[in-house]
Ligand binder design. Structure first.
Ligand SMILES: *[C@@H]1O[C@H](CO)[C@@H](O)[C@H](O)[C@H]1NC(C)=O
Ligand SMILES: *[C@@H]1O[C@H](CO)[C@@H](O)[C@H](O)[C@H]1NC(C)=O
Ligand SMILES: *[C@@H]1O[C@H](CO)[C@@H](O)[C@H](O)[C@H]1NC(C)=O
Ligand SMILES: *[C@@H]1O[C@H](CO)[C@@H](O)[C@H](O)[C@H]1NC(C)=O
Ligand SMILES: *[C@@H]1O[C@H](CO)[C@@H](O)[C@H](O)[C@H]1NC(C)=O
Ligand SMILES: *[C@@H]1O[C@H](CO)[C@@H](O)[C@H](O)[C@H]1NC(C)=O
Ligand SMILES: *[C@@H]1O[C@H](CO)[C@@H](O)[C@H](O)[C@H]1NC(C)=O
Length: 455
């Protein structure tokens, strides 16, 4: 009875208990799974941050240090933003028990040396953002335990070197971007760079550094340019080097390659790589042309094909009257048979520069479409299904007309079932048939269009 008489204080008490557990600090904004305390003038973490947050935004504050285990109570934390703070370093164990972090933004701080222990235990980390700090050194092994890493940003720092040897296929299998642009790198250990996994090479940004022009640098970039890496194409002008280290004699080396005339470009950086994998669909009896266009642009290229039926094909050993191979590498099958289907692999060899490139084409030869029969069959089936459905509907829904005042347009009452209505049933069916017909045409056009594209 007393309880019933005074429910409000109990509610308030419950409310207080609750709020001490999962409160939102007054300077922050909390939503379902996000806590934003950006631009709040913070110098240390609020005592009671909601433990369930997935995103914590601490951008634009005044943090200069973080204690060990700062985020250990936030077991679900995936995104931590701490850009635009005053961090000069990280203590041991800052990210202890915070291994759910996948995205870590420490850009625009004052970090100087990235020490080996900084990101220890963040094995789920996918993006590490460290641009615009004062970083002069990255200790080897810093990234080695970060096995989920996809993108790392070190641009706009003061790096003069980077421990490339610590990045390997087995330690960072998913790494596709390493941004080292706008640093102070003059020379790189090119042997280590060339040994990087090819995905990392493709995503390595090195523009706007302080490179000194030399032949090994030129050789690496020459190969990357040949392969059409976007990292080069997108920043053509920012790839500069200075002649004999004189900053006033700076050249855009992807444009003015005259300086490198005396360099002999080395052998290919790594194994032949597949440039294009495409699919071709044709109907039996049609002519197919498979081209072997790769990134190789030299005019002196020799081609070979590996076909599922014939094995190795060159321009001279072709022994199938139904096939031709042209000097430009194009392989022509005059009348494709179903058993011509399979994977065709072309290798283009630039003998002078010792470069290979391959191209794969998956050819599928389809039986000629038996359209008239198919259409008729589908239409017939469609009509039968429609009629059956209508009959089921008619016989399974008892019409309680006392309660259904509103007219239901398509209902044909069992009593009114007569040949006239039957015709209308069939006329709906013809309508459907037209639709089916149209759809079928689209379905048949698709392969023909794609096959024309390769003709
Ligand atoms: C991390 O978790 C372990 C085990 O749950 C615990 O013993 C340790 O005290 C935690 N560390 C921190 C800094 O909270
Ligand atoms: C090049 O790097 C310098 C610092 O190394 C930076 O100030 C400048 O903005 C960068 N330029 C571009 C175009 O990124
Ligand atoms: C290239 O070699 C020629 C002759 O060996 C030499 O005269 C020239 O200065 C060299 N060019 C450069 C840029 O080193
Ligand atoms: C290669 O040459 C053949 C015959 O001249 C031509 O039909 C084909 O289109 C050419 N292929 C390419 C990719 O230029
Ligand atoms: C492929 O099929 C054609 C007929 O469609 C036949 O003449 C030929 O022998 C077959 N080739 C192979 C290797 O099975
Ligand atoms: C290119 O391929 C040919 C034939 O497969 C091979 O003999 C040669 O060693 C390869 N060259 C390079 C640079 O991989
Ligand atoms: C080629 O394409 C066919 C049909 O799409 C597919 O079943 C087959 O697995 C493909 N083969 C390869 C090697 O990709």
């Amino acid at each position: 009875m007393i309880c019933m008489a005074n429910p409000i204080p109990i509610l308030v008490l419950l409310c207080l208990i609750h709020s001490t557990e999962e409160t939102c600090p007054s300077m922050c904004l909390c939503t379902s799974d996000t806590v934003s305390c950006s631009s709040s003038g913070l110098t240390k973490l609020p005592k009671l941050l909601p433990t369930f947050s997935i995103t914590l935004d601490l951008n634009h504050n005044h943090f200069s240090w973080l204690r060990a285990g700062s985020f250990s109570r936030m077991s679900r934390l995936e995104t931590l933003r701490m850009a635009h703070n005053q961090l000069t370093g990280l203590m041991y164990g800052v990210f202890e028990n915070a291994s759910s972090i996948r995205y870590l933004d420490l850009s625009s701080n004052k970090l100087r040396v990235v020490e080996q222990h900084y990101f220890h235990g963040l094995w789920r980390l996918e993006e590490l953002i460290l641009f615009n700090n004062k970083i002069t050194q990255v200790e080897p092994g810093t990234l080695s335990s970060l096995s989920s890493l996809k993108k790392v940003y070190f641009s706009l720092n003061q790096l003069t070197n980077f421990p490339f040897f610590s990045i390997q296929d087995h330690s960072q299998p998913f790494l596709t971007m390493l941004d080292l642009s706008s640093n102070h790198i003059t020379r790189l250990p090119w042997e280590d760079v060339k040994a990087l996994p090819s995905l990392v090479q493709r995503g390595l940004f090195l523009h706007n550094n302080s490179f000194i022009c030399d032949c090994s640098m030129y050789s690496v970039f020459w190969h990357w340019d040949l392969r059409g890496f976007d990292t080069l194409r997108d920043f053509m002008e920012e790839h500069t080097c200075s002649i004999y280290g004189d900053p006033r004699a700076s050249i855009q080396f992807l444009r003015q390659s005259r300086f490198f005339n005396n360099c002999s470009v080395e052998k290919a950086v790594s194994q032949p790589m597949t440039v294009l994998l495409s699919k071709v669909f044709v109907s039996e009896g049609q002519r197919v042309k498979l081209d072997c266009q790769t990134f190789l642009t030299s005019t002196n290229i020799s081609f070979t094909w590996l076909s599922p039926k014939q094995g190795l094909i060159t321009q001279y050993n072709i022994n199938d009257a139904a096939m031709r191979m042209f000097a430009n590498g194009t392989l022509e099958i005059q009348a494709a048979k179903v058993n011509d289907s399979g994977l065709y692999l072309c290798t283009a060899m630039d003998i002078i520069h010792e470069l290979n490139a391959t191209r794969e084409i998956n050819v599928t030869v389809l039986f000629p479409a038996a359209e008239p029969f198919n259409t008729g069959y589908t239409t017939l089936l469609g009509c039968v299904v429609t009629v059956v459905l209508i009959l089921i509907y008619l016989y399974s829904t008892p019409c309680r007309c006392s309660c259904c005042k509103q007219p239901k347009p398509p209902v044909i009452s069992a009593a009114a079932y007569d040949p006239g209505n039957l015709t209308s049933v069939f006329s709906t069916c013809t309508g459907d048939q037209q639709k089916i017909h149209k759809n079928k045409h689209v379905a048949f056009l698709q392969p023909m269009l794609s096959e024309q594209g390769f003709d």
